[in-house]
Design a protein around this ligand. Structure first.
Ligand code: GDP
Ligand code: IMO
Ligand code: MG
Length: 422
Protein backbone atom coordinates (compact mmCIF):
# COMPACT_ATOMS: atom_id res chain seq x y z
CA UNK A 1 0.00 0.00 0.00
CA UNK A 2 1.71 3.19 -1.15
CA UNK A 3 -1.10 5.76 -1.26
CA UNK A 4 -3.93 6.01 1.21
CA UNK A 5 -6.33 8.70 2.39
CA UNK A 6 -8.18 9.49 5.59
CA UNK A 7 -11.40 11.35 4.91
CA UNK A 8 -14.24 12.46 7.19
CA UNK A 9 -17.40 10.63 6.11
CA UNK A 10 -19.85 12.83 8.04
CA UNK A 11 -19.88 16.53 9.04
CA UNK A 12 -16.34 16.63 10.45
CA UNK A 13 -14.83 15.80 13.85
CA UNK A 14 -15.07 12.05 13.24
CA UNK A 15 -11.62 11.37 14.71
CA UNK A 16 -9.46 11.90 11.60
CA UNK A 17 -6.57 13.30 13.62
CA UNK A 18 -6.41 10.24 15.84
CA UNK A 19 -6.48 7.78 12.93
CA UNK A 20 -4.00 9.77 10.86
CA UNK A 21 -1.56 9.83 13.78
CA UNK A 22 -2.06 6.11 14.26
CA UNK A 23 -1.36 5.17 10.64
CA UNK A 24 1.38 7.77 10.16
CA UNK A 25 3.76 5.61 12.13
CA UNK A 26 4.05 3.35 9.10
CA UNK A 27 4.01 6.14 6.49
CA UNK A 28 6.72 8.40 5.10
CA UNK A 29 4.61 11.47 4.30
CA UNK A 30 1.34 12.89 5.65
CA UNK A 31 -0.20 15.47 3.33
CA UNK A 32 -3.03 17.94 4.09
CA UNK A 33 -4.74 18.86 0.82
CA UNK A 34 -7.53 21.32 1.68
CA UNK A 35 -9.15 23.44 4.38
CA UNK A 36 -7.24 25.51 6.87
CA UNK A 37 -7.30 26.23 10.58
CA UNK A 38 -11.06 25.71 10.63
CA UNK A 39 -10.01 22.10 11.29
CA UNK A 40 -9.27 20.86 14.81
CA UNK A 41 -7.67 17.41 14.84
CA UNK A 42 -7.16 15.92 18.30
CA UNK A 43 -4.52 13.36 19.20
CA UNK A 44 -4.01 11.78 22.62
CA UNK A 45 -0.75 9.99 23.37
CA UNK A 46 0.00 8.73 26.92
CA UNK A 47 -2.44 11.16 28.49
CA UNK A 48 -1.12 14.16 26.54
CA UNK A 49 -3.55 16.01 24.28
CA UNK A 50 -2.46 17.75 21.09
CA UNK A 51 -4.88 19.67 18.86
CA UNK A 52 -3.67 20.38 15.34
CA UNK A 53 -5.34 22.86 13.02
CA UNK A 54 -3.30 23.11 9.84
CA UNK A 55 -0.17 21.10 10.61
CA UNK A 56 -0.68 17.49 9.42
CA UNK A 57 -1.50 14.90 12.08
CA UNK A 58 1.60 12.81 11.34
CA UNK A 59 3.79 15.45 12.99
CA UNK A 60 4.20 13.52 16.24
CA UNK A 61 6.26 10.99 14.26
CA UNK A 62 9.41 12.98 13.40
CA UNK A 63 10.43 10.42 10.74
CA UNK A 64 7.30 11.35 8.81
CA UNK A 65 7.44 14.31 6.43
CA UNK A 66 4.47 16.66 7.04
CA UNK A 67 3.27 18.45 3.91
CA UNK A 68 0.78 21.32 3.65
CA UNK A 69 -0.40 21.05 0.07
CA UNK A 70 -1.38 23.80 -2.39
CA UNK A 71 -5.11 23.27 -1.81
CA UNK A 72 -4.83 24.46 1.80
CA UNK A 73 -5.63 28.03 2.90
CA UNK A 74 -2.93 29.15 5.34
CA UNK A 75 -3.20 31.89 7.94
CA UNK A 76 0.49 32.61 8.61
CA UNK A 77 0.15 33.97 12.14
CA UNK A 78 -1.96 31.04 13.26
CA UNK A 79 0.41 28.61 11.59
CA UNK A 80 3.43 30.08 13.37
CA UNK A 81 1.66 29.93 16.74
CA UNK A 82 0.70 26.32 16.12
CA UNK A 83 4.26 25.53 15.07
CA UNK A 84 5.69 27.12 18.24
CA UNK A 85 3.38 24.98 20.39
CA UNK A 86 4.13 21.76 18.55
CA UNK A 87 7.88 22.37 18.79
CA UNK A 88 7.53 21.99 22.58
CA UNK A 89 6.20 18.48 22.05
CA UNK A 90 8.08 17.01 19.12
CA UNK A 91 10.94 17.65 16.70
CA UNK A 92 9.70 19.82 13.85
CA UNK A 93 11.96 21.70 11.47
CA UNK A 94 12.10 22.62 7.79
CA UNK A 95 13.53 19.12 7.30
CA UNK A 96 10.26 17.39 8.16
CA UNK A 97 7.59 20.06 7.57
CA UNK A 98 6.94 21.64 4.18
CA UNK A 99 4.42 24.22 2.97
CA UNK A 100 3.42 24.54 -0.65
CA UNK A 101 4.62 27.78 -2.21
CA UNK A 102 1.25 28.00 -3.96
CA UNK A 103 -1.04 27.46 -0.97
CA UNK A 104 -3.42 30.42 -0.61
CA UNK A 105 -2.95 32.92 2.22
CA UNK A 106 -5.75 33.93 4.62
CA UNK A 107 -5.36 37.66 5.34
CA UNK A 108 -6.86 39.87 8.05
CA UNK A 109 -9.43 41.00 5.49
CA UNK A 110 -10.70 37.46 4.99
CA UNK A 111 -11.19 36.97 8.72
CA UNK A 112 -12.98 40.31 9.09
CA UNK A 113 -15.25 39.57 6.13
CA UNK A 114 -16.13 36.12 7.48
CA UNK A 115 -17.03 37.61 10.87
CA UNK A 116 -19.02 40.49 9.36
CA UNK A 117 -21.08 38.18 7.16
CA UNK A 118 -21.83 35.83 10.02
CA UNK A 119 -22.92 38.62 12.33
CA UNK A 120 -24.60 40.95 9.83
CA UNK A 121 -25.30 38.86 6.74
CA UNK A 122 -28.72 37.46 5.82
CA UNK A 123 -28.03 33.72 5.93
CA UNK A 124 -25.81 32.55 8.75
CA UNK A 125 -23.77 29.42 7.99
CA UNK A 126 -22.28 29.07 11.46
CA UNK A 127 -18.71 29.19 10.15
CA UNK A 128 -15.65 28.84 12.34
CA UNK A 129 -14.93 32.54 11.67
CA UNK A 130 -11.41 31.85 10.44
CA UNK A 131 -11.74 33.54 7.04
CA UNK A 132 -11.86 30.25 5.12
CA UNK A 133 -14.70 31.08 2.70
CA UNK A 134 -13.45 34.58 1.76
CA UNK A 135 -9.90 33.24 1.18
CA UNK A 136 -11.17 30.51 -1.18
CA UNK A 137 -13.38 33.09 -2.94
CA UNK A 138 -10.29 35.18 -3.68
CA UNK A 139 -8.43 32.10 -4.87
CA UNK A 140 -11.19 31.21 -7.31
CA UNK A 141 -11.59 34.75 -8.56
CA UNK A 142 -7.84 34.87 -9.12
CA UNK A 143 -7.28 37.62 -6.56
CA UNK A 144 -5.71 35.32 -3.98
CA UNK A 145 -2.30 35.67 -2.42
CA UNK A 146 0.00 32.68 -2.58
CA UNK A 147 2.49 31.74 0.12
CA UNK A 148 5.37 32.52 -2.25
CA UNK A 149 4.01 36.10 -2.60
CA UNK A 150 4.80 36.65 1.09
CA UNK A 151 8.48 36.35 0.28
CA UNK A 152 8.64 39.36 -2.02
CA UNK A 153 7.40 42.70 -0.74
CA UNK A 154 6.66 44.26 -4.14
CA UNK A 155 4.59 41.29 -5.24
CA UNK A 156 2.78 41.31 -1.90
CA UNK A 157 1.87 45.00 -2.21
CA UNK A 158 0.58 44.45 -5.75
CA UNK A 159 -1.41 41.28 -5.03
CA UNK A 160 -2.89 42.55 -1.79
CA UNK A 161 -4.03 45.69 -3.59
CA UNK A 162 -5.93 43.64 -6.21
CA UNK A 163 -8.00 41.84 -3.58
CA UNK A 164 -8.46 44.88 -1.38
CA UNK A 165 -10.09 47.31 -3.77
CA UNK A 166 -13.55 45.69 -3.79
CA UNK A 167 -13.44 44.66 -0.16
CA UNK A 168 -12.76 48.23 0.96
CA UNK A 169 -16.18 49.23 -0.35
CA UNK A 170 -17.87 46.38 1.53
CA UNK A 171 -16.04 47.19 4.75
CA UNK A 172 -16.83 50.87 4.59
CA UNK A 173 -20.32 51.02 3.14
CA UNK A 174 -21.95 47.67 3.87
CA UNK A 175 -20.47 46.46 7.15
CA UNK A 176 -19.11 49.74 8.53
CA UNK A 177 -16.02 48.20 10.08
CA UNK A 178 -12.51 49.53 10.52
CA UNK A 179 -9.86 47.40 8.88
CA UNK A 180 -6.05 47.57 8.79
CA UNK A 181 -4.60 49.62 5.95
CA UNK A 182 -2.84 47.85 3.08
CA UNK A 183 0.48 49.14 4.40
CA UNK A 184 -0.15 47.64 7.84
CA UNK A 185 -1.25 44.33 6.36
CA UNK A 186 1.76 44.17 4.02
CA UNK A 187 4.12 44.73 6.95
CA UNK A 188 2.37 42.07 9.02
CA UNK A 189 2.34 39.45 6.27
CA UNK A 190 5.87 40.15 5.10
CA UNK A 191 7.15 39.70 8.65
CA UNK A 192 5.41 36.32 8.88
CA UNK A 193 6.71 35.43 5.42
CA UNK A 194 10.28 35.79 6.67
CA UNK A 195 9.56 33.28 9.46
CA UNK A 196 7.91 30.85 7.05
CA UNK A 197 10.51 31.03 4.33
CA UNK A 198 12.51 27.94 5.21
CA UNK A 199 9.42 25.72 5.18
CA UNK A 200 8.21 26.80 1.74
CA UNK A 201 8.78 24.61 -1.30
CA UNK A 202 7.20 23.11 -4.43
CA UNK A 203 5.31 20.31 -2.67
CA UNK A 204 3.83 18.83 -5.85
CA UNK A 205 7.31 17.94 -7.13
CA UNK A 206 8.32 16.81 -3.67
CA UNK A 207 5.42 14.34 -3.44
CA UNK A 208 6.09 13.18 -7.02
CA UNK A 209 9.70 12.48 -6.16
CA UNK A 210 8.87 10.67 -2.91
CA UNK A 211 6.33 8.47 -4.69
CA UNK A 212 8.91 7.56 -7.35
CA UNK A 213 11.24 6.53 -4.53
CA UNK A 214 8.55 4.13 -3.32
CA UNK A 215 7.67 6.16 -0.22
CA UNK A 216 4.29 5.66 1.41
CA UNK A 217 2.01 8.71 1.38
CA UNK A 218 -1.03 9.29 3.60
CA UNK A 219 -3.41 12.11 2.57
CA UNK A 220 -5.27 13.69 5.49
CA UNK A 221 -8.61 15.32 4.84
CA UNK A 222 -10.12 18.05 6.95
CA UNK A 223 -13.85 18.54 7.63
CA UNK A 224 -16.01 15.81 6.09
CA UNK A 225 -17.69 14.80 2.84
CA UNK A 226 -21.04 16.22 3.96
CA UNK A 227 -19.33 19.63 4.30
CA UNK A 228 -17.84 19.42 0.78
CA UNK A 229 -18.51 22.47 -1.42
CA UNK A 230 -19.97 20.27 -4.19
CA UNK A 231 -21.13 17.08 -2.47
CA UNK A 232 -22.14 18.49 0.91
CA UNK A 233 -25.35 19.96 2.32
CA UNK A 234 -24.99 23.27 0.48
CA UNK A 235 -25.01 26.10 1.54
CA UNK A 236 -24.20 24.69 4.99
CA UNK A 237 -20.76 23.50 3.93
CA UNK A 238 -17.18 24.66 3.98
CA UNK A 239 -15.56 26.21 0.89
CA UNK A 240 -13.29 23.37 -0.22
CA UNK A 241 -13.36 19.89 -1.75
CA UNK A 242 -13.12 17.83 1.40
CA UNK A 243 -13.48 14.42 -0.28
CA UNK A 244 -11.20 12.31 -2.42
CA UNK A 245 -11.54 14.66 -5.41
CA UNK A 246 -9.84 17.35 -3.33
CA UNK A 247 -6.67 15.28 -3.21
CA UNK A 248 -6.18 15.63 -6.96
CA UNK A 249 -6.72 19.38 -6.93
CA UNK A 250 -5.12 20.13 -3.56
CA UNK A 251 -1.98 18.01 -3.48
CA UNK A 252 -1.76 15.71 -6.46
CA UNK A 253 -1.00 12.01 -6.48
CA UNK A 254 1.23 12.27 -9.50
CA UNK A 255 0.82 9.29 -11.79
CA UNK A 256 -0.68 7.09 -9.07
CA UNK A 257 -4.01 5.63 -8.08
CA UNK A 258 -5.30 6.05 -4.55
CA UNK A 259 -5.13 2.53 -3.18
CA UNK A 260 -7.08 2.86 0.06
CA UNK A 261 -9.58 5.57 1.01
CA UNK A 262 -10.62 5.26 4.63
CA UNK A 263 -13.81 7.08 5.59
CA UNK A 264 -13.81 7.98 9.27
CA UNK A 265 -17.26 7.94 10.85
CA UNK A 266 -18.46 8.24 14.40
CA UNK A 267 -20.67 5.41 15.61
CA UNK A 268 -23.32 8.13 15.90
CA UNK A 269 -23.54 11.50 14.12
CA UNK A 270 -22.55 15.04 15.09
CA UNK A 271 -22.61 18.40 13.40
CA UNK A 272 -21.46 21.93 14.38
CA UNK A 273 -23.07 25.00 12.85
CA UNK A 274 -26.28 25.31 10.86
CA UNK A 275 -27.82 22.91 8.32
CA UNK A 276 -30.06 19.85 8.02
CA UNK A 277 -29.51 16.81 10.28
CA UNK A 278 -32.21 14.13 9.86
CA UNK A 279 -31.25 11.93 12.85
CA UNK A 280 -30.60 14.78 15.28
CA UNK A 281 -31.79 13.96 18.81
CA UNK A 282 -33.37 16.61 21.03
CA UNK A 283 -34.05 14.22 23.91
CA UNK A 284 -32.07 12.80 26.80
CA UNK A 285 -30.16 10.38 24.56
CA UNK A 286 -28.91 13.33 22.48
CA UNK A 287 -27.82 15.10 25.68
CA UNK A 288 -26.06 11.92 26.86
CA UNK A 289 -24.14 11.59 23.59
CA UNK A 290 -23.16 15.26 23.77
CA UNK A 291 -21.95 15.04 27.37
CA UNK A 292 -20.43 11.55 27.44
CA UNK A 293 -18.88 12.08 24.02
CA UNK A 294 -17.58 15.49 25.15
CA UNK A 295 -18.97 16.82 21.89
CA UNK A 296 -17.49 20.30 21.95
CA UNK A 297 -15.75 21.70 18.87
CA UNK A 298 -11.93 21.52 19.07
CA UNK A 299 -11.58 24.81 17.16
CA UNK A 300 -14.50 26.98 18.28
CA UNK A 301 -15.59 25.42 21.58
CA UNK A 302 -19.21 25.22 20.32
CA UNK A 303 -21.44 22.34 21.43
CA UNK A 304 -21.89 19.75 18.68
CA UNK A 305 -25.41 18.67 17.75
CA UNK A 306 -25.80 14.87 18.20
CA UNK A 307 -27.93 12.10 16.71
CA UNK A 308 -28.00 8.44 15.70
CA UNK A 309 -25.80 7.07 12.94
CA UNK A 310 -27.25 7.83 9.51
CA UNK A 311 -26.57 5.12 6.90
CA UNK A 312 -28.26 6.89 3.94
CA UNK A 313 -25.79 9.75 4.43
CA UNK A 314 -22.85 7.38 4.88
CA UNK A 315 -23.83 5.42 1.76
CA UNK A 316 -23.79 8.69 -0.13
CA UNK A 317 -20.33 9.50 1.27
CA UNK A 318 -19.06 6.07 0.20
CA UNK A 319 -20.18 6.84 -3.36
CA UNK A 320 -18.88 10.44 -3.42
CA UNK A 321 -15.35 9.54 -2.40
CA UNK A 322 -15.17 5.89 -3.43
CA UNK A 323 -14.37 4.92 0.14
CA UNK A 324 -12.78 1.50 0.43
CA UNK A 325 -13.19 0.98 4.18
CA UNK A 326 -14.59 2.63 7.28
CA UNK A 327 -12.96 3.53 10.56
CA UNK A 328 -15.76 3.63 13.12
CA UNK A 329 -14.91 5.80 16.14
CA UNK A 330 -16.33 6.52 19.58
CA UNK A 331 -17.99 3.16 20.12
CA UNK A 332 -17.21 3.56 23.84
CA UNK A 333 -19.69 6.45 23.97
CA UNK A 334 -22.52 4.11 22.95
CA UNK A 335 -21.87 1.55 25.70
CA UNK A 336 -24.47 1.02 28.43
CA UNK A 337 -27.36 2.43 26.45
CA UNK A 338 -30.29 -0.02 26.64
CA UNK A 339 -30.91 0.16 22.96
CA UNK A 340 -29.26 1.72 19.93
CA UNK A 341 -30.86 2.96 16.77
CA UNK A 342 -29.46 2.93 13.29
CA UNK A 343 -31.13 4.97 10.55
CA UNK A 344 -31.14 2.59 7.57
CA UNK A 345 -33.40 4.63 5.26
CA UNK A 346 -35.64 7.71 5.09
CA UNK A 347 -39.25 8.13 4.25
CA UNK A 348 -39.54 11.08 1.89
CA UNK A 349 -42.87 12.07 0.35
CA UNK A 350 -44.28 8.59 1.00
CA UNK A 351 -41.27 6.82 -0.56
CA UNK A 352 -38.50 4.87 1.15
CA UNK A 353 -34.97 5.86 0.12
CA UNK A 354 -31.78 4.31 1.46
CA UNK A 355 -29.18 6.70 0.01
CA UNK A 356 -29.14 10.43 0.68
CA UNK A 357 -28.73 11.51 -2.93
CA UNK A 358 -28.53 15.30 -3.24
CA UNK A 359 -31.98 15.40 -4.88
CA UNK A 360 -33.51 14.50 -1.52
CA UNK A 361 -34.65 17.33 0.71
CA UNK A 362 -33.04 16.36 4.01
CA UNK A 363 -35.40 18.64 5.91
CA UNK A 364 -38.28 16.39 4.76
CA UNK A 365 -36.47 13.09 5.35
CA UNK A 366 -38.07 11.08 8.15
CA UNK A 367 -35.48 8.61 9.46
CA UNK A 368 -36.50 4.92 9.59
CA UNK A 369 -34.70 3.13 12.40
CA UNK A 370 -33.62 -0.41 13.13
CA UNK A 371 -33.23 -0.96 16.85
CA UNK A 372 -30.28 -2.88 18.29
CA UNK A 373 -29.71 -4.29 21.75
CA UNK A 374 -27.14 -2.13 23.57
CA UNK A 375 -23.63 -3.41 24.32
CA UNK A 376 -21.55 -3.15 27.48
CA UNK A 377 -18.08 -3.98 26.11
CA UNK A 378 -15.05 -2.70 27.99
CA UNK A 379 -12.98 -3.48 24.85
CA UNK A 380 -10.04 -4.89 26.82
CA UNK A 381 -10.09 -8.31 25.14
CA UNK A 382 -9.93 -6.89 21.62
CA UNK A 383 -12.93 -9.06 20.73
CA UNK A 384 -16.36 -7.52 20.33
CA UNK A 385 -19.39 -8.89 22.19
CA UNK A 386 -22.10 -10.46 20.04
CA UNK A 387 -24.17 -7.26 20.40
CA UNK A 388 -21.31 -5.02 19.28
CA UNK A 389 -20.45 -7.34 16.40
CA UNK A 390 -24.08 -7.24 15.35
CA UNK A 391 -24.03 -3.42 15.30
CA UNK A 392 -20.75 -3.23 13.34
CA UNK A 393 -21.78 -5.98 10.90
CA UNK A 394 -25.05 -4.25 10.08
CA UNK A 395 -23.17 -1.03 9.28
CA UNK A 396 -20.56 -2.68 7.04
CA UNK A 397 -23.11 -4.83 5.23
CA UNK A 398 -25.33 -1.81 4.58
CA UNK A 399 -22.39 0.25 3.29
CA UNK A 400 -20.88 -2.56 1.26
CA UNK A 401 -17.34 -1.88 2.55
CA UNK A 402 -15.59 -3.24 5.64
CA UNK A 403 -15.24 -1.54 8.98
CA UNK A 404 -11.46 -1.95 8.90
CA UNK A 405 -10.77 -0.21 12.21
CA UNK A 406 -12.91 0.61 15.20
CA UNK A 407 -11.98 2.94 18.05
CA UNK A 408 -13.10 2.89 21.65
CA UNK A 409 -11.26 5.82 23.25
CA UNK A 410 -9.31 8.96 22.37
CA UNK A 411 -5.84 7.48 22.89
CA UNK A 412 -3.74 6.45 19.91
CA UNK A 413 -3.83 2.81 21.01
CA UNK A 414 -7.55 2.52 21.74
CA UNK A 415 -8.35 0.85 18.43
CA UNK A 416 -9.01 -2.59 17.01
CA UNK A 417 -7.87 -3.41 13.47
CA UNK A 418 -10.16 -5.74 11.48
CA UNK A 419 -8.24 -5.25 8.25
CA UNK A 420 -4.54 -5.33 7.44
CA UNK A 421 -3.76 -1.94 5.91
CA UNK A 422 -0.06 -2.36 5.22
P1 GDP B 1 -11.21 15.29 13.75
O1 GDP B 1 -11.50 16.71 13.44
O2 GDP B 1 -11.90 14.36 12.81
O3 GDP B 1 -9.76 14.99 13.89
O4 GDP B 1 -11.87 15.00 15.18
P2 GDP B 1 -11.81 15.97 16.48
O5 GDP B 1 -10.48 15.88 17.08
O6 GDP B 1 -12.33 17.32 16.15
O7 GDP B 1 -12.94 15.30 17.37
C1 GDP B 1 -12.90 13.97 17.73
C2 GDP B 1 -12.89 13.88 19.26
O8 GDP B 1 -13.15 12.56 19.64
C3 GDP B 1 -11.56 14.24 19.87
O9 GDP B 1 -11.78 14.81 21.14
C4 GDP B 1 -10.86 12.89 19.99
O10 GDP B 1 -9.88 12.87 21.02
C5 GDP B 1 -12.03 12.02 20.35
N1 GDP B 1 -11.97 10.62 19.91
C6 GDP B 1 -11.53 10.09 18.74
N2 GDP B 1 -11.80 8.77 18.69
C7 GDP B 1 -12.42 8.47 19.86
C8 GDP B 1 -12.98 7.28 20.39
O11 GDP B 1 -13.00 6.20 19.78
N3 GDP B 1 -13.57 7.37 21.64
C9 GDP B 1 -13.61 8.55 22.34
N4 GDP B 1 -14.20 8.56 23.53
N5 GDP B 1 -13.09 9.69 21.85
C10 GDP B 1 -12.52 9.65 20.63
P1 IMO C 1 -12.44 19.07 11.23
O1 IMO C 1 -11.32 18.97 10.23
C1 IMO C 1 -16.57 20.21 11.98
C2 IMO C 1 -18.10 23.63 9.72
C3 IMO C 1 -18.46 24.89 10.49
C4 IMO C 1 -19.60 25.42 9.63
C5 IMO C 1 -19.11 25.07 8.21
C6 IMO C 1 -18.43 26.20 7.48
O2 IMO C 1 -11.97 19.33 12.60
O3 IMO C 1 -13.37 17.93 11.11
P2 IMO C 1 -16.01 27.30 7.66
O4 IMO C 1 -15.34 28.00 8.79
O5 IMO C 1 -15.25 26.12 7.15
O6 IMO C 1 -16.39 28.24 6.55
O7 IMO C 1 -17.40 26.75 8.28
O8 IMO C 1 -18.22 23.98 8.35
N1 IMO C 1 -16.73 23.15 9.94
C7 IMO C 1 -16.42 22.07 10.66
N2 IMO C 1 -17.20 21.24 11.39
N3 IMO C 1 -15.26 19.95 11.85
C8 IMO C 1 -14.47 20.74 11.09
O9 IMO C 1 -13.19 20.44 10.81
C9 IMO C 1 -15.04 21.88 10.49
N4 IMO C 1 -14.56 22.87 9.71
C10 IMO C 1 -15.60 23.62 9.37
O10 IMO C 1 -18.89 24.59 11.79
O11 IMO C 1 -20.77 24.70 9.88
MG1 MG D 1 -12.24 18.43 14.41
Amino acid sequence: MQTMAIIGAQWGDEGKGKVTDLLAEKCDLVVRYQGGHNAGHTIWVNGQKTVLHVIPSGVLHPHCLSVIGHGVVLEPENFLNELAKIKNITNVSPDNLKISSTATVITSYHKLLDAARESQGVEKIGTTGKGIGPAYEDKMSRRGIKVKDLLDKDTLIRRLGVGYSEKAILFKHLYQIEVPSIEEEVERLYRFGLSLKDYVTDTFSLIDQKLSEGKRVLYEGAQGILLDIDYGTYPYVTSSSTGAAGIMTGAGIPGRKMEEIIGVAKAYTTRVGEGPFPTELFDEVGATLQQKGNEIGATTGRKRRCGWIDLPLLKYSVKCSQLTSICLTKLDILTHLNELKVCYAYEVNGKTVDCAYPGINLYQAKPLYKTFKGFTDDFSSGKPSAELENYISFIQESLGIPVGIYAYGPDRNQVVFRKDYF
